[in-house]
Structure formats: structure tokens, C-alpha cells
Design a protein around this ligand. Sequence first.
Ligand SMILES: [Zn+2]
Length: 320
Amino acid sequence: MKKIYLFGLLILAIVGSLVGFGFNEDGDYGTKYLSQKESSGTVNAADSDEEQNNVTETNELESQLREQQLAEAAKIAPAKEVPVLTYHHIVAEDDLRDRHYKEDGSLVNSVVILEEFKKQMKWLHEHEYLTLTLDEFQQYIEGQIPLPKNSVLLTFDDGHKNNYIEAYPVMKQYGFTAVQFLITSLIDDETVPYTSEYNQYLSVEEIEETSDVFEFASHTNTFHNSEEDGTAYLISKTLPEIQEDVLASITIIGNTNALAYPYGAYDDETMEALEAIGVDMAFTVQGGNVQPGDDMLQIHRNSVRPHHSIDDFEEIVSVR
Ligand SMILES: [Zn+2]
């Protein structure tokens, strides 16, 4: 009896958060309706077995509701393609240093200024974009589910600390999620103060703290590297060496079936190595959008660059 009562309360809490009262912090109806991981804060403190069961049932309900919303929105306006966006560093203008500039005075390609990033996320929010999970994205490529046309998969490469300091709060504000491809050997054991003077990587603590926005996937463990002649490790190393390194990264992350190729470098043997150890999705740096039936080990992504205006950004995320 008590269980039924508790479960009823949880259902009320979920429904309440989905229709926009009680548990939402901000935002408009349309985006909130489809956003993820919203009401979990109300039940995460569960510690008894009974409550734990309710949490599981709640999560299942949430994902069923999400699935339904996706299907309904896709019926009205289905996506023919889905864009995947790639970011690296997000740096506030005041924190830019000499090392962020090229010799010609322009910013290096891997930096997007925070102020521009905020405009881009605001644009996605205002146009009611839906940020996908890797699982949803995989099901879409496999032709298992349709997606609404305003769907996008956001990705960050390398696991930079500035993603925690600058990008995370902006994304959280809009209820967005993204994939963070970690170079797992560079994860910091200790959290240190932020500086833009040199490269810093996410700490264990920061990874845990941001897991409501980021889901973590592999960017290799130590193979984000190249030989003296410039050949990337994922091409120069043997198949077993590649598997050992990627498996090490997957173990550190916990569990993932996705990887981004460092420098976008791979060949047939790389793909063979990954496929054999359960990597279902591998992301390149080749531009273009994604369609059902695409090669899942050669997923296209569109890089957002420092010189991109908001009009350029609109061009990048807009699909047919
Ligand atoms: Zn990288």
C-alpha cells in the first residue's frame, strides 16, 4: 500500500515537471517538454530498496515519455538528416592568451569564444532544438526511430576544463545535453583552480559533477598522439595495441560504445579493431550531416569555428 502511494507521488512529480509546474527552474514549455533528466532531482536521494525500485520505475517512465515525445514531434516534422556539432575549447574573451592565436592574428580553430557559444546555445533554444543522447542518435542511424527535424547532437573533444567552467553552466541553463569525448589518460585526479594560461583537463570530480549534462565517450586513453613523421597512432599502431588502448579508456569511463578519432585519423584496420571490441559509433572530423543507414564507424561532424557568425552557425545546424 505504502509503495503504491509513494509511486503515485512520483508519477505526480514527473507529470508535474513535464507539464511545466513545480519542478522546472526556467524555460519555455516547448523545450522543457522535451528536455532530459529534469525531475530526477526529486527522487535521487532514495536510499531504501523500495525507493530504489521507484527510482528505476521513474527512470523507465521518463525514457518512455521521452520516446513518445520524440515520436510525436517526428510525426509533425521529421528530420531527413541530423547535424552533429564539434567543439573543443570554450574560452571567455578576457581569458584569451597569445597561445590562442595563430601567427596571422586570428584565433586557432579549436577555440570558440564563450560569448559566441552563448549566442549559439540561445539560438538553439529559441528555435526549439532538441539535443540528442548517443542512444537516441544510434537508434536514428539504425533506422529504429524517427527524430524531429530540429534535432542535434552536440559533441566536445578532448575533455578540457574550460568546458566545465564555461560551457557546462550555459548548457545546463537550457536543459541541453552533449557528448564529451575524453582522452582518459589526461583526466586530472585533483581539481585545480582554472587558468587559461595552459591546457587543463576535466578532473574526476568535475566529470561526476557535469554528468547531468555530459555523457562521456572515448577519445582514446593515450593514443591522442602521432609518430615523429606525423602519422596518427590510430593508423601507425597495430590492431591489438589500438584495442588495448581504447579498452583502457572505456574501462576508465565505465561504459561507452562511442569514440571520436583523434585528429579524425583512421583506416580500415582502425575500424576493424574498434568493431571487434564493441565500439558501435565512431566520429570523424569530416563535415556533413547524418542520415539513417550511414556508416556508424565514419560518422560526419560539423566543427564550429571561432570565425563563425551566428548566421554561419544557423547554416551549420540547418538541414533539409
Ligand atoms: Zn582531440
